[in-house]
Ligand binder design. Structure first.
Ligand code: DQA
Length: 152
């Protein structure tokens, strides 16, 4: 059974109480539950992680090679700054979908730039927690997996 790494960056541990007018009331634990349910429809498991530290995120991306079939990454503010994360993604060559809860293109100009986008299969933003499910669907399709039904 293949697995996905769902990796969340800085400040996303505060979801639910952090700027709810921007990010909603959904917690990171809610997103983990949603991801587990979505992945299971494709016969996949997930490893769900969050870190406020760029180096730790890089270590997790390195460890994904040979362990996970794909990565869903919400790099938070590191999206807009981190050449190191971009290089880590290029180095491991594990298919990755970039996710943001908010529509980064409708916000401040500094959020329009993503260092992740050029090394991602694609970017999903602006759909809140649903974006994580869409990212899992996109990765599963990329991996050639079929979506099951309630009867298995
Ligand atoms: C975010 C968007 C980023 O610009 C911001 O720094 C975050 C969250 C999002 O999910 O909308 O921390 O990645």
């Amino acid at each position: 059974m293949s697995s996905l790494l769902i990796l969340n960056g800085p400040n996303l541990n505060l979801l639910g109480t952090r700027q709810p007018e921007v990010y909603g009331r959904t917690t990171l634990a809610d997103i983990q539950t949603l991801c587990e349910a979505e992945a299971s429809l494709y016969g996949m498991t997930i490893a769900f992680a969050q870190s406020n530290h760029e180096g730790q995120m890089i270590d997790l991306i390195h460890a994904a090679r040979g362990t996970h079939a794909g990565i869903v990454l919400n790099a938070g503010a590191y999206t807009h700054t981190s050449v190191a994360l971009m290089d880590a993604i290029s180095s491991v060559a594990v298919p990755l979908v970039e996710v943001h809860l908010s529509n980064i293109h409708a916000r401040e100009a500094f959020r329009h730039k993503s260092f992740i986008a050029p090394v991602a299969l694609g970017q999903i933003c602006g759909f809140g927690a649903t974006g994580y499910a869409l990212a899992i669907q996109a990765l599963a399709t990329h991996l050639g997996l079929q979506r099951g039904n309630a009867d298995g």
